[in-house]
Every structure is written in C-alpha cells, then in structure tokens.
Write a protein that binds this ligand. Structure first.
Ligand code: MG
Length: 392
C-alpha cells in the first residue's frame, strides 16, 4: 500500500503569541518545529511521497526547515484560506502519485512517533480512515458564566490527534463534497470524513504527541527536550578552560588523548596533554569545582607521566555525581605545528569515548597565531576549551 503524507504547515499561528514567524517555524531545541516533524516522516522508510502545504509568504522559512531532507520531500504547495482548503491543495498535489492512502498531519505536532504512524497505517487495511487519540484523563465539566452546571460522562470520549489516515480516494471525495456543500468549518479531517459517512476508527495515540499551540506549550516542550523535564527543573552552565605547555626534546606529543608524532615533545608533569587539560578545566569551570591543579596537584608524584584521560574522566564524574549532563564540548588547539587536521577525527573519537558522548557533541579545532607570540615562535602549544553542562 502506497501511503502519501501531507504536512499541513500553512497556518499563521498567532495563538502562540508574540511576533516573528508562525509557530511551525519556531525553534525548539535547536531545530525548527517543522524540521522536527519532517524528520519523523522523512525518516520512515515505508511512507511517501511527502508534501508540505505552506503559506505563500513562508517559502524561505520552508526552504530552511527542509534543507536537510533533499529529494525525500516533494515540492511544497501553497495552501488556501482555511485548513480544509490547504488540505485539498495537498490532496490535489499528490494526485499524480496515485497513492492508496494518505496521512494528514499538523506540522505543529513534532513529537509524533513512528509507532503512531504505523498504527494509523496498519488500521487502513480494513477501514476508510483512522486517527490516533488518547482517552480523556481529566473529569469534564460544563460551566456557564464560570459556574459548573454539569459533570459530563467521559466514557467513550477521546482527544483526537494527527496523523489522521484515510484511503486516498475516499478522503478526496469527502473534502470535495464538503467544499461543494459550502462546509468550511471542520476542525480536522476525521470530521470531514465523518460528515461524509466514512468509517473512521480510533487507534492509540500518545500524550506526548501534543499540538504546540501556546507559548507555554513551547516552554514545556523546550524543558522536556533539554532533559530538565518534569518537576526537576535545572539550568544550563558554560565553562571555559585554557592551558599551555612548553616544547622540549622528544619524538611525539599527546594531544586530546591521541599520540601525534613530532620532532619535539611537550614538557609537563603528566603526559602534558594540553587539549585534555583545557577541556578538564572547562568542565570543572561549568560546575564551579576548582581546576585541574586543585584536584591533581603537580607536587604529587602520583601524577607523574599520568595519562590525562584520568583528569578528564574525573571531571566528568564530578558532573555525573551532581546528576549533571554534558551537552557539548569544544576544544581549540593553537600551534604552528604539528598539523592537527589528520588527527582531528581520532581526537574527537577519543574525547567522545572518555566522556561517553555522541561524536556530534565533540568538536576539536585548530588554529595558528600567524607566526606571532610563543606559539608562533614554536615555543609551545596552547589550548582553549569550552563546555556546556545541564545541571538539575
Ligand atoms: Mg596542563
């Protein structure tokens, strides 16, 4: 069964408050909402084509949000004045692909999962339409002028979510009939289907599959994504570290945990790994816990020739003991020689391994000082590092 996808992203999103772009283009944890949504559908191997319905003024915003997906997405189509018009534009756009089924999804539900998508698609084998929904958890009250007049039975009541899936030909008929009949106030596609007499079933949605509507929804989602969700709360910390070691006679250097052949060595009490020392200080700085010299005094013979992994690991453990989490680290090595480029990937991998971080959270960069200063005169190597840490 070929299942096309329509992402409805044409809304103006004024309810989320403030100025700026519509809420489907708001940043959320470093990505726009639409990019997150497209990521879930684009990453699902069993569905497509995927077409997004956008507002005529949003082409530039769409191009930014979709740039990572290349050929996986169809060209976007411009929506109409109502949600129904926009969905119809999407349905017409995917017509040439002659899909068996179509999923219609609100762009502002970025936390949809592959499991929800699969449940909706799975149900379409035996029915005209399916929508994910969750049972009402709260007791329902009907109030007039602020006074409760009735408590409603919540049995059989569900909160509808998206993606809503339909047999393609059936939902096209339903939407065209609604337009022909002047019906323009349906709030979702299941209601259009229902009005047209289609059989629509409910499948299990998820409480996390929220529609981001208000500024508060965004604040909650942002906290959730940053790992500080629930009642725990927390804050972001940044730390900076800097170190220098002088050259001495030798045949290699230790830089960011990697042995780099060179016609000099670095002088130091430990293995003189200037990169890992700067990074250790950045992590300690983020949690306000002294510096490398405090925890590993050079006067202590125990650390003579020590591999600097030990210092970095210790800083990471100090963060972990506070239930903190390292988000990213960034090291810059400053020297004229040796060339860092050929070793950069190995350095990133080494740091990622020591800190148990994903590679995309570890950066190693290098620069020269254009022949100026002590690094320019090749008297030694300097390093600077920064780190961001989430502390509950
Ligand atoms: Mg040092």
């Amino acid at each position: 069964m070929q299942t096309a996808v329509i992402i409805v992203a044409a809304g103006r999103g004024t309810r989320a408050g403030g100025n700026g772009p519509p809420k489907q283009y708001w940043p959320l944890g470093g990505q726009s909402v639409l990019e997150r949504t497209l990521g879930v559908f684009g990453g699902h191997p069993g569905i497509g084509p995927i077409v997004t319905v956008i507002h005529g003024q949003d082409r530039e915003l769409y191009d930014q949000a979709s740039s990572a997906f290349g050929d996986r997405l169809e060209q976007p189509v411009i929506g109409g004045t109502t949600r129904q018009d926009s969905v119809l534009a999407g349905l017409e756009a995917i017509g040439p692909a002659a899909p068996d089924a179509v999923l219609i999804h609100d762009a502002v539900r970025p936390f949809v999962t592959v499991e929800i998508i699969d449940r909706v698609v799975g149900a379409l084998g035996s029915t005209d339409g399916a929508l994910p929904a969750i049972r009402l958890a709260d007791t329902l009250k009907r109030a007039e002028d602020g006074h409760v007049v009735e408590t409603l039975k919540r049995d059989n009541l569900w909160c509808a979510q998206t993606p809503q899936g339909f047999r393609y030909d059936k939902i096209c008929e339903a939407h065209e009939a609604a337009r022909g009949n002047g019906q323009a106030d349906f709030t979702d596609d299941a209601q259009v289907a229902e009005w047209h007499g289609l059989d629509v079933v409910v499948v299990e949605g998820a409480a996390s599959n929220v529609k981001l509507t208000t500024a508060e929804d965004f604040a909650i989602a942002e906290r959730h994504l940053s790992g500080g969700g629930g009642s725990a709360g927390g804050e972001w910390r940044a730390g900076h570290g800097s170190d220098t070691h002088r050259f001495e006679a030798g045949d290699h250097l230790m830089l960011c945990g990697v042995r780099v052949p060179h016609d000099k060595g670095l002088k130091g009490h430990s293995d003189a790994d200037v990169g890992l020392h700067a990074l250790t200080d950045a992590l300690l700085g983020a949690i306000g816990d002294g510096d490398i010299g405090v925890h590993f005094p050079p006067s202590d013979p125990k650390w003579r020739g020590a591999a600097s992994d030990v210092f970095l690991k210790d800083a990471a453990e100090r963060i972990a003991s506070r239930r903190g989490r390292i988000a990213n680290v960034d090291v810059t090595l400053i020297c004229e020689a040796p060339k860092i480029g050929p070793h950069r990937q190995a350095m990133r991998e080494k740091i990622a391994k020591i800190l148990d971080l994903g590679l995309d959270r570890v950066s190693v960069k290098a620069t020269t000082t254009e022949g100026l200063g002590y690094t320019g005169r090749a008297e030694g190597i300097a390093a600077q590092a920064s780190a961001s840490v989430w502390l509950p």
